[in-house]
Design a protein around this ligand. Structure first.
Ligand code: PMP
Length: 426
């Protein structure tokens, strides 16, 4: 259409590219699990926005809270604290009693930057270990802990970052090798490479952008053991997995391991820019002694905090973690049915409402090409799901609807995905 051409001419004239191709679908409004363009064409949102919109779009109670909060207290001088901030800190601490000290920020990268700086400040050391395929942000410190993407064009990143591979059951690096051995060996290598100043390990409990790689049960405990043996702090980044997505409030609950520092972002604001760093009284006291500094413009802002409070309240009241578990089983069954039908699907994995679909080479097409083509076909048919592990080998689609997704919407999504795969591989 003319309007469409004009829109893209304006967009292409003025929008700086930031590392992706723009989707052709242009949403004009959104509600629940659905996006609509200006003509009313529906699109099922199985990406939850950028993995944030756990309550779907335009949730009436969130809208009401935004309106109320915006007209009461919006933004303050950063040395001022307010009731909405203390309230959210209390609510978060009630969920993780071992980590009662809370810092509220805006983005995931920023929270991880703060967590890493906190770990360096309290340990008075500076080296950091992370997974090869982890993703923690684009700011210097968080990007240095992100090894596969975003490392071009920045010149030297902070020094002293080391990577170890996360175990991948579907594509093991050394088939038959126990993950415990692999982890022990990796730490032995880090010990040899580093200067003896290890401050922290930062990890996602499920590597999301890295291909929806779920760590085996027991892995986090082993990781914590390695950290303790070296006086390192364990930082868990639950930007995507926090607040119910994997079937428990936090993904680490499955393992019974509490990190020294927990970061939350995306899901906490359910679409609004809000992130949090949580830690123990002991670490907070050491941070005070060592003059931890992370004074930002939007630190402890009341408006996003008021929204986060409502998000957490709804997640708890509506048992959304449990809902994610049950709905996630339905989603997994649907995906496994597709795997039966299409040999191009090599693996279905993940937890709760965070699932990964890994394609394999099929006929003359390689896995990455298939994943790209299926994603594009799905978008044409009205289903938004996205590729993770882009820029590396293998094609993994991440399927992650809002936690409020209805059974019939899951079924619709599976049907659309099946049609998209059929168009590509048949
Ligand atoms: N951590 C994880 C696990 C993420 O998935 C992301 C975003 N994809 C980030 C951190 C970075 O968050 P942000 O983009 O808000 O800085």
């Amino acid at each position: 259409t003319d309007a469409g051409r004009q829109f893209w001419a304006r967009a292409n004239r003025h929008l700086l590219h930031y590392g992706c191709d723009f989707a052709r679908f242009v949403p004009a409004r959104a509600e629940g699990c659905w996006l609509y363009d200006a003509a009313g064409t529906p699109m099922l949102d199985f990406t939850s926005g950028q993995m944030s919109s756990i309550l779907g779009h335009s949730h009436p109670e969130i809208l009401a809270r935004i309106r109320e909060a915006a007209g009461t207290l919006d933004h303050l001088f950063s040395a001022m604290v307010s009731e909405p901030v203390v309230r959210l800190a209390e609510q978060l601490a009630a969920q993780v009693p071992a980590l009662p000290k809370v810092l509220l920020l805006s983005t995931g990268g920023e929270a991880n930057e703060a967590a890493i700086k906190l770990a360096k400040t309290v340990t008075r050391k500076w080296e950091v270990v992370a997974f090869t395929r982890g993703y923690h942000g684009v700011t210097a410190g968080s990007a240095a802990a992100t090894f596969k993407v975003g490392r071009t064009g920045v010149g030297p990143l902070p020094q002293g970052y080391y990577a170890i591979p996360a175990p991948n059951a579907y594509r093991p690096r050394f088939p038959g090798l126990d993950w415990r051995r692999e982890l022990d060996d990796a730490f032995e290598q880090v010990d040899r490479q580093c200067t003896g100043n290890l401050a922290a390990f930062i990890a996602e409990p499920i590597l999301s952008s890295g291909g929806v790689i779920d760590l085996p049960l027991g892995y986090l405990a082993a990781l914590k053991g390695h950290c303790e043996a070296r006086g390192m702090l364990l930082i868990l980044d639950e930007s995507q997995t926090g607040l119910g997505r994997t079937g428990t409030m936090f993904a680490f609950e499955r393992d019974g391991v509490v990190p020294d520092i927990l970061t939350l972002s995306k899901t906490l604001g359910a679409g609004m820019a809000l992130s949090a760093v949580m830690t123990s009284d002991e670490i907070a006291a050491a941070a005070d002694r060592n003059d931890f500094f992370f004074y930002t413009t939007h630190v402890n802002d009341p408006l996003p905090a008021a929204v986060g409070s409502k998000v957490l309240e709804i997640v708890l009241r509506d048992d959304l973690a449990d809902r994610a578990k049950i709905a996630g089983e339905r989603l997994a069954r649907g995906l496994l049915d597709l795997k039966q039908r299409y040999p191009a699907i090599g693996d279905v994995r993940g937890r709760g409402l965070m699932r990964g679909l890994e394609f394999t080479d099929s006929g003359s097409q390689d896995a990455t090409a298939i994943a790209n083509a299926v994603t594009a076909a799905a978008l044409e048919l009205g289903l938004a799901a996205n590729i993770v592990r882009s820029g590396t080998s293998g094609g993994v689609m991440r399927i992650a609807p809002p936690l409020i997704v209805k059974d019939e919407e899951i079924d619709q999504g599976i049907a659309l995905l099946g049609r998209a795969i059929g168009l590509v591989v048949e």
